[in-house]
Design a protein around this ligand. Structure first.
Ligand code: FEO
Length: 135
């Protein structure tokens, strides 16, 4: 069972970014499924590492588009990306030190982040990037 299903209204109407976001949903669902089936710590650690790698690539792509199009909210948006990594890094460390509660907190953080970042902050750049024909 997936925690999150991709819906059309999540789209920012930019192919490369929608593909990234769908990939992020997929990893979060894999992480959630691994947690709910009591998978080994190593498996969860692997999904966390995947999530960090994947989002790093995704954030770089968005930030490259911002730079290329002189997006006015770049600084604020990049701060949100940095906040995400700081939080995930903290979760990783807590998890590695044996705190199993971390998984529930992590899913809550990721849920809030999906809603507040992808569905609100990312939507804000949609019309700006579309003006520059970013795909
Ligand atoms: Fe799609 Fe700003 O992350």
């Amino acid at each position: 069972m997936n925690l999150y299903e991709w819906k059309e209204n999540y789209s920012v109407d930019i192919k490369s970014i929608d593909a990234d976001h769908q990939g992020i949903f997929k990893i979060i669902n894999q992480l959630f499924n691994a947690m709910s089936h009591g998978k080994a710590k190593e498996t969860l650690a692997e999904f966390l590492a995947q999530l960090v790698d994947y989002t790093k690539t995704h954030f770089k792509r968005e930030e490259m588009y911002f730079l290329a199009t002189n997006y006015p909210d770049t600084v604020e948006h990049k701060l949100q990306h940095e906040f995400f990594f700081e939080k995930i890094e903290r979760f990783k460390k807590q998890f590695e030190s044996g705190d199993q509660q971390i998984t529930v907190e992590l899913i809550k953080f990721l849920s809030d982040w999906l809603v507040n970042h992808i569905l609100i902050s990312d939507k804000k750049y949609m019309s700006h990037l579309k003006k520059f024909k970013v795909e």
